[in-house]
Design a protein. Structure first.
Length: 143
């Protein structure tokens, strides 16, 4: 099985705050990421798919098709958005928009449309890797 990884970028803001905790506890847990005015990141997203090369094309995936799917389902949804307000997964404050939770949201959004986008069952969505900063990356196995 061959893994193919494509890179995407988007910018988004968020505030890490759990309403069920007090202000002091939120500041202790989230530090500067608990700023009441929020803060932003230039995220780098790596989406990996896996499969065998197609007998006709010799490719695991048409990179243009994968790009269209990720751009339409992920980048357009999150780019230049406030995750606390604009992303259904985080609106209402139940789930804090940590990068861990954002990676799960990205995986779940892709898995929901994957059978329609790739009806032959190939390639498989393999991994989502979300880079928040040069020091922080979050990788999620999808299968």
């Amino acid at each position: 099985m061959i893994r193919v990884t494509r890179r995407y970028a988007f910018a988004a803001s968020h505030r890490l705050h759990q309403p069920m905790l007090g202000d002091e506890e939120n500041r202790r847990i989230y530090g500067k990421c608990n700023n009441p005015f929020g803060h932003g990141h230039n995220y780098v997203l790596y989406v990996s798919v896996a499969g065998e090369p197609d007998e006709t094309t010799g490719m695991v995936v048409d990179p243009r098709k994968l790009d269209r799917v990720v751009e339409n389902i992920i980048v357009r949804a999150f780019d230049h958005r406030n995750l606390n307000q604009d992303a259904e997964e985080f609106a209402g404050g139940r789930t804090p928009p940590t990068t861990e939770c954002l990676a799960v949201a990205i995986r779940d959004r892709l898995l929901r449309i994957w059978p329609e986008a790739f009806p032959k069952g190939a390639p498989l969505l393999d991994r989502v890797n979300l880079e928040e900063t040069g020091n922080n990356q979050f990788e999620l196995q999808c299968r």
